[in-house]
Write a protein that binds this ligand. Structure first.
Ligand code: C5P
Length: 240
């Protein structure tokens, strides 16, 4: 049986293994890919990642590594020994990305670079002392990621088309900051709908609160898949 197309990665941004397992259980076959970020990793660590793998789920370990090269290389090397992990994030600065690629060695883990957080706007960059427009910083980081041997990019759905142009067809593009029309955006400042993100070239969508805070998380995933499918058939039936 072929696996149905499902680009959703559910962000398990919760503070306990019990809550995470409850979500995975209630979502069932509606999602096969989960993101474990800093919060859940802090409480549940690698054991939980391996447990998800034992359920046949894929794991995106979103630790956004950022440190001196040697430390990033050694941490990446240890993390990449675990086959349950499909994606690992590092920050998109050149020395960090190069060190991660070196540490990953021949492992099958895909390294993703974070360009600019989707919760950031121009004021947040100014706060860091950066006067460069967000779009230019994203492009610069994408070019350096591709040159460094990084496999994919985490970027805003509003930038994904340009990232594809700059980074080429091989990069896997993963977009958080995705919300269906009418859903609460929370602290995300640069959002698009799931269908827009896919149409613009995203390979995977990271969706957290819209699913995890829904009264029926499985239904929430299925609604998103239906939205994407409906938009896809509208496009392929000749609509522009
Ligand atoms: O709840 P929501 O759908 O906003 O969650 C988005 C997830 O994607 C969070 O886990 C957040 O840390 C992550 N993320 C992001 N922007 C990035 C990289 C990751 O929002 N650039």
């Amino acid at each position: 049986m072929t696996t149905p197309y499902n680009p959703i990665i559910v962000a398990l941004d919760v503070d306990s293994v019990a809550r995470a397992l409850e979500l995975v259980d209630s979502i069932g076959p509606a999602a096969e890919f989960y993101k474990v970020g800093m919060e859940l990793y802090a409480v549940a660590g690698l054991d939980f990642v391996l447990l998800l793998g034992s359920f046949g789920k894929k794991v995106f370990l979103d630790l956004k590594l950022y440190d001196i090269g040697e430390t990033v290389k050694r941490a990446t090397h240890e993390i990449c020994k675990n086959e349950a992990i499909t994606f690992l994030t590092v920050h998109g600065s050149r020395s960090v990305m190069r060190a991660a690629v070196e540490g990953r060695g021949g492992s099958a883990v895909n390294l993703l670079a974070v360009t600019v957080l989707t919760s950031f706007d121009q004021d947040d960059l100014a706060d860091l002392g950066y006067s460069v427009p967000i779009a230019e910083l994203v492009e610069l980081r994408v070019k350096k990621a591709a040159e460094s041997g990084i496999d994919g990019i985490v970027c805003s759905p509003l930038e994904v088309a340009r990232v594809r142009e700059v980074g080429g067809p091989k990069l896997k593009l993963v977009t958080p900051g995705v919300r269906s029309a009418g859903a609460a955006t929370g602290d995300q400042k640069r959002v698009a709908t799931p269908a827009e993100a896919i149409e613009n070239g995203a390979d995977y969508l990271v969706i957290g609160r819209q699913v995890t805070r829904a009264s029926d998380p499985r239904q929430a995933c299925e609604n998103i898949l239906a939205e994407i499918k409906a938009a896809g058939s509208a496009t392929s039936s000749g609509a522009h």
